[in-house]
Design a binder for this molecule. Structure first.
Ligand code: ADP
Ligand code: AMP
Length: 220
């Protein structure tokens, strides 16, 4: 199964992708994680992307689309993939269609995780992430047992540079302006399912599994 996880920043895409990876053996492809990894290695692409990420803007389409095309050509995706954070506008959605159809592949399911904007600000400003394994914490909703240490791998927990109130508000504005139209892009395909993302992570995952299983058997 090939999936896209749509939804605003903070909707829980990374949190739910991790669970899907564990349950179904799919591969998660997060463009944001790829940029952060490139930045940690100080590659030219990472340093270029940082300028956009720090201001809450989107990295130019040409850069992201090239990165995704290369990642989707790898041969570890046989069980399927989960795109998390891509496509972020209709240009990228068109590019994805082309990349997949050139290769005889297609998307099976687009999950649109819906959450109230005010809840998103709280989730994002309270988010903490493990620098080593990427596990997601939240200062109130999912605090680590030890303040700065990841329970999963012992790595250091940090706060992303773009998870401050001002940048979060800009990212949500950019989402409304550029990414929301992607919902209307996919809705007519009949492969998009809305998921209420405001419940607990476990409850959201129950709905996602049910949509996933229905898509796998061709019922919706
Ligand atoms: P996204 O990948 O969509 O930006 P994340 O999965 O990183 O979002 O989640 C953002 C923050 O909200 C994280 O701190 C995460 O622990 C927390 N979170 C995710 N899902 C939920 C949920 N259903 N209820 C409460 N907090 C959540
Ligand atoms: P994320 O980790 O998905 O919250 O993304 C963090 C930042 O990376 C975004 O605010 C953008 O600056 C950049 N980014 C991630 N994915 C994309 C994309 N598909 N298109 C453009 N920029 C992206």
């Amino acid at each position: 199964m090939n999936l896209v996880l749509l939804g605003p920043p903070g909707a829980g895409k990374g949190t739910q992708a991790e669970r899907l990876v564990e349950k179904y053996g799919l591969v998660q492809i997060s463009t944001g994680d790829m940029f952060r990894a490139a930045l940690a290695q100080k590659t030219p692409m990472g340093l270029e992307a940082k300028k956009y990420m720090d201001s809450g803007a989107l990295v130019p389409d040409q850069v992201v689309e090239g990165l995704v095309a290369e990642r989707l050509s790898a041969d570890d995706l046989r069980s399927g993939f989960i795109l998390d954070g891509f496509p972020r506008n209709t240009h990228q959605a068109d590019a994805l269609d082309r990349i997949l159809s050139d290769d005889g592949r297609r998307l099976d399911l687009v999950l649109n995780i819906v959450v109230d904007p005010e809840l998103l600000v709280e989730r994002l400003t309270g988010r903490r992430v493990c620098r080593d394994c990427g596990y997601n914490y939240h200062v109130s909703f999912n605090p680590p047992a030890e303040e700065n240490t990841c329970v999963a791998c012992g790595g250091e927990i940090y706060q992303r540079d773009d998870d401050n109130v001002a940048t979060v508000r800009e990212r949500l504005r950019v989402y409304e302006e550029q990414t929301e139209p992607v919902i209307d892009y996919y809705r007519p395909t009949g492969r998009l399912v809305d998921i209420d993302g405001s419940a607990s992570p476990d409850e959201v995952f129950v709905d996602i599994v049910s949509a996933f299983e229905r898509a796998g058997t061709g019922t919706r």
